[in-house]
Ligand binder design. Structure first.
Ligand code: ADP
Ligand code: TRP
Length: 332
């Protein structure tokens, strides 16, 4: 396949503005470029590292799929599937594990962060770490390499994982000859890390998110909770350091953004900025929110789309895995 752009989102919580601005929006824009093959998926196998309640898990998986579709993913142009529907990925995962040093996994940020916090509170360093979580970057590598992806649009926190994928791919190539192109990450520089309500990275894990498809009243309430400084209304404000402006830019028209920039210069109260931000966000999200609810009410539609996507994906993964196995010396 030509210039595969691949990304996935794991179903471990409701999609929030950070996911949207950092990952989904840029991925949808990339999918519209010429000469690319977008391959996007629900990373449910990765979600299993955290969610162990079947009913909740199923709902969350549908939620991720419905979000992509509601925001405009076109399944006729994008291969769109559930990761767990592609068994070849898990076979490749095992193969790649043998080309991954344990030390590389020890250094992975997500694992390191847990070990550090365990050490801080005097727990066993590996408390709460299952092997799915420890080897998470290998499975992500299998996702990426299975489709010979060249570009991986992700948020900043995923850069290390893509670098790990490059390392593993290079290791394999060195042993068996050119097999996998080395993937490159693509991050949306300006909004690489969108802060949450408390100023830390917006993340499901920190409970500081603004869910993308929440109802208008809650959206307004959450926008009002975003932390601002104590500058008086008449003072000039810096758009570059204002999360409200960052968000406004994502949802407003270019003219509106210019006007807002002027207001920052001339002085505007944070309350007023929040009001205008809510207005443009709600306007932008109205239709996708409705499409999202419709899809969530008919999961069989989502299933049909994902099933078709899996068939398309496997047209590629089945023969490619055979080729890989042949190189290794497995009987095929
Ligand atoms: P979370 O941190 O909420 O668990 P995920 O790890 O599931 O989010 O991230 C899914 C995608 O969204 C990834 O590509 C990730 O880099 C991106 N992303 C998550 N949070 C943010 C954020 N605050 N700003 C920018 N991108 C983000
Ligand atoms: N690890 C990614 C996240 O937490 C999700 C993911 C799984 C992914 N496989 C991937 C992203 C492959 C890009 C490419 O957000």
């Amino acid at each position: 396949m030509d210039n595969v752009i691949l990304t996935g989102i794991k179903p471990t919580g409701q999609i929030h503005l950070g996911n949207y601005i950092g990952a989904i929006k840029p991925a949808l824009a990339l999918a519209k470029q010429p000469n690319v093959k977008p391959v996007y998926f629900v990373a449910d196998a990765h979600g299993l590292t955290k969610i162990h309640d079947a009913k909740e898990f199923r709902q969350l998986s549908y939620g991720i799929a419905a979000t992509w579709l509601a925001l405009g993913l076109d399944p006729n142009k994008t291969i769109f599937y559930r990761q767990s529907d592609i068994p070849e990925i898990f076979e490749l995962n095992w193969i790649l594990a043998n080309f991954t040093s344990k030390g590389l996994m020890n250094r992975a940020h997500a694992y390191k962060a847990i070990v550090e916090s365990n050490n801080e509170i005097g727990n066993d360093p590996d408390f709460g770490v299952n092997m799915g979580l420890f080897t998470y970057p290998i499975l992500m590598t299998a996702d990426i390499l299975m489709f010979q992806s060249k570009i991986v649009p992700v948020g900043k926190d995923q850069i290390q994982h893509v670098e790990i994928a490059r390392d593993i791919a290079a290791n394999f190539n060195k042993t068996y000859g050119e097999t996998f192109p080395l993937p490159a990450y693509q991050v949306q520089e300006e909004t690489a890390v969108l802060p949450g309500l408390d100023g830390r990275k917006m993340s499901k894990s920190y409970h500081n998110t603004i869910p993308l498809f929440t109802n208008p009243a809650t959206l307004q309430k959450l926008i009002n909770k975003i932390k601002t400084d104590s500058l008086p209304p008449e003072a000039e404000k810096n758009p570059k350091t204002s999360i409200l402006f960052t968000l406004y830019k994502e949802f407003a028209s270019p003219e509106e953004v210019d006007a807002m920039r002027r207001q920052y210069k001339e002085g505007i109260g944070w309350g007023e900025v929040k009001k205008q931000l809510f207005m443009v966000m709600d306007r932008y999200l109205q239709e996708p929110r409705e499409r999202y609810s419709e899809l969530m009410a008919s999961p069989e539609k989502i299933d049909a789309i994902l099933r078709k996507g899996a068939e398309q994906a496997r047209e590629y993964s089945v023969p490619f895995l055979k080729e890989i196995k042949r190189k290794i010396g497995f009987y095929v």
